[in-house]
Design a protein around this ligand. Sequence first.
Ligand code: 1QQ
Length: 374
Amino acid sequence: AGCSNSGDTGGSEGETGGLVGTGSGESCVIESPVKVGAALSLTGGAGSYGASQQEGLELALAELNEKDGVVYELSIEDDASEARQGISVMETFVGNGTSIVLGPTLSNTAVAAMPIANEGSMPVMGISTTAGGITDIGEYVFRDSLTEAQVIPQTIDAVIDEYDLKKVVVMYSNDDAFTESGYEVMTETLGESDVEVLDTITFSKADTDFRSLLTAAKDQNPDAIVVSALIEAAIPLVTQARELGIDQPIVGGNGFNNPKLMADAGAAAEGVVVGAAWNSASDNPENQAFLAAYEEKFGAQPDQFAAQAYSALYLIDEAIRTDCSAERSDLRDSIAQLTDVPTPLGAVSINADRDAEHPAVVQIVKDGKFAVLR
Ligand code: 1QQ
């Protein structure tokens, strides 16, 4: 598609709703406001992730609307951490001319709701979904969140090196798309590294009392406990592990990338190792600007989920300006070609699977904060 309202480049305003503009890049001008939707878990078990995502989006929105040529209208809807609500939110966005939707927050909701977007030929971009297979849903499905498969192997390799890991116990909730996917990557990586899995212990994402499971884990005398869990389970699990005298490293997946872990588990969180898609300490200029602007606007430090949300809106702006079109199929094509876009996450590219490529980092909780382990 082209960058003009006339001729063969995308049709008249009537056909495009004014979403095909003129010019390109910084000089792109699109007449109509561009509707961006977000399906976020603002309530329910994943509400703490959604709160960060909302702030990241609001900051990016304010900054991008300062630029000339394209005006964004952001509509954030609560998916309530539930698949059914996610489907309903997605149906609304497909029906109301939204150019692209960010979210849903959880992979478990995304696998149910993203097919609605794909069937409606509306681009959708995961900003925190890390389960395998999400972008296989179809051509309109993207994400800027690294997958468990992109982050866990180097995390486990780092722990093997740092702690001379020989044998572990694996624990995971077996009723969630993300925690199950993370578990698969964890066991695969441990197997490839010849680390013995002494025991695999399952639980439900709604569980809060892990004492008997942790006692069983402790009895195996592991060198570490490797956990795939969402934050609501991770907090009591880590807290109770330390209460029971488990001093070994606890290694978590993306669900642990949440400052609520340190806020609620306190000293018990010290030494927890987590693979992450964002290095808060990165000195790249986009990250430094993001940290300062976030602190200024919210009086707090951002987390990975805020950084991924913020970056997603910048990726979308870059894609829209490439072809100067926010028309759904044009935007889909432009996102598919994004390469080395500078963001707080580093230089982000979208690969042939419509997943994101950018650096990952291994973190350890130290003095109540995530610090870089490697
Ligand atoms: C997923 C996740 C969660 C931890 C996101 C908030 O990674 O559901 O895919």
